[in-house]
Design a protein around this ligand. Structure first.
Ligand code: MG
Length: 298
């Protein structure tokens, strides 16, 4: 199942993609129209309900049967939001998780021995097809980073590597947009990583049952249709299991937490000379089994 959150007629709603029909089944409409639906009001609440949510969605879809089309909403009519538009806490991001990216940002000496984590402010989150602001008043070096993101589905602390994937709700695509000059100037990454609209996420979260091998997915970023990043998550330095296990050591991970797993080589800063984003650039990040996240710089 592919879960999405969107705005329709100015109201936040959520649904799942009917892949055969190419339409979104509006689950918020089910909540509004039907009694005894047992569905939550938002996708985040659903994620917090765990497996009960998946069972409830499966039951509702089955019950719809021939009526399914009555709950369709056309993808062209919606404003895509991040599947979780208002995360409970900061987006956790792994730095330098591909050898070739660590080297392009410095040298072999920059390949980390331990998982490196920084965070992005919740207010930086935006959706598929929403503009990424250039912020030319504060940065001259806006850059993209295509990444696979993990959405936690089950609370846990001191999670072992063997258990780690059992704590995942699903996977999505995240663009870790970065102001390189601010990242460098302020030492800590927080400011350079947290400008408004610098964290596009989406278009949807693919449930983990549909993506069995998250550590082996092709990932590609194009800018204005030119391939800039082309790799596979099998090149991770730290696997998803290792990242979850490390983050949960002494710190409780919560349903709805979003973890970006790092970006491969080919960011703008890695080019000689660097190629930073400019107005009207279109960034498309495609990950095997998930889809494509597209945003235009404005
Ligand atoms: Mg990153």
């Amino acid at each position: 199942m592919k879960f999405t959150t969107f705005e329709l007629n100015g109201v936040e709603q959520y649904g799942i993609l009917d892949e055969q029909a190419g339409e979104i089944i509006n689950l918020s409409l089910v909540v509004e129209r039907r009694e005894n639906h047992s569905l939550p009001y938002t996708l985040l609440e659903g994620i917090q309900q765990g497996d009960a949510f998946i069972f409830a969605v499966e039951r509702v879809i089955k019950e719809m049967n021939e009526e399914k089309h009555k709950f369709y909403v056309n993808q062209d009519l919606i404003k895509w939001l991040s599947p979780i538009p208002n995360p409970i806490r900061n987006i956790m991001c792994v730095g330098k998780n591909y050898r070739d990216h660590a080297i392009e940002m410095g040298s072999e000496a920059d390949i980390p021995e331990h998982v490196m984590i920084f965070t992005k402010a919740t207010t930086s989150v935006t959706g598929h097809l929403s503009p990424v602001e250039l912020h030319s008043e504060v940065t001259n070096e806006l850059d993209y980073e295509g990444e696979l993101a993990v959405v936690i589905g089950k609370e846990g602390k001191n999670i072992s590597k063997d258990e780690a994937l059992n704590h995942v709700f699903g996977y999505t695509i995240l663009n870790d947009v970065t102001a390189r000059d601010l990242q460098k100037r302020h030492k800590q990454f927080f400011i350079g990583k947290s400008l408004d609209s610098s964290c596009p996420i989406g278009p949807w979260i693919v449930h983990h049952s549909q993506l069995k091998h998250p550590n082996n997915l092709d990932i590609m970023t194009k800018v204005n249709n030119e391939v800039r990043q082309n790799s596979n998550t099998k090149h991770f330095i730290f696997s998803i299991e290792e990242i979850i296990s490390t983050l949960s050591k002494g710190m409780t991970l919560q349903p709805g937490d979003i973890i970006a797993t790092g970006t491969p080589a080919g960011v703008g800063k890695g080019y000689k000379p660097p190629i930073f984003l400019k107005k009207n650039d279109v960034i498309e990040i495609t990950i095997e089994g998930i889809g494509t996240l597209t945003n235009k710089v404005q």
